[in-house]
Design a protein. Sequence first.
Length: 248
Amino acid sequence: MTVASRAKPTARKSAKATPPAPARKSKPAAKPSASLTLSSKNYSSWSLRGWLLARFAGLPFEEVMLPTDDESARKELLLLAPSILVPCLRHEGATVWNTMAIAEYLAEAFPKAGLWPTDRVARAHARAICGEMVSGFANLRASLPMNLKGHFPRHKIWAGAKPDIERISEIWSECLARYGGPYLFGAKRCAADAMFAPVVTRFLTYDVPVNAACLGYCDTISAMPELQEWIAAARLEPDEIEQLDMDF
């Protein structure tokens, strides 16, 4: 009788535990290649314009805040400076400190952002009203200073500021009727909306009466997430400038 031989069991080698892979060190976030020098978020309309332009362009940037006790910053906020040097954009070797120049620079650097309308005639129109905003409306600036923390519904508007308000209402009404809204040059916001956004905040701070079309535009600009972000930061600012916080 033949006995079938059984195969000897093969001894199992104990598997060596695989050491865990070393944890990868997360790379620090790349520092933005651009910086934007700003003054007070509560009071500085020029800072808001430059900031919105950079955000509309999609440019990552680092904010460099000037303290409100900085002499040059206070002069600009109180309309005592001969020229406006804030905001100041620094990007890839360029230094640009005028809001109109910032708009043009960003439009060249980020053409797909659409900071200007694509249509030649509309683009010329947008540049014209932006230039008017940058160089004009001095009485409006003096009598209705930007103050995002404040609300002065019974503030008496100086007679000298009324023509400025009427002209701005005319600009808005014409653009909204001509290009269909909800922004000044149609369905997409552009540099013109960044330029006039601080005026919207002024009209709301002082309850300036405007027609229905302009009121709708104010609602559109106020609802922009970028403006909401700016206003939230402005309300956290501890510093106050007494001359701009008069008891209206």
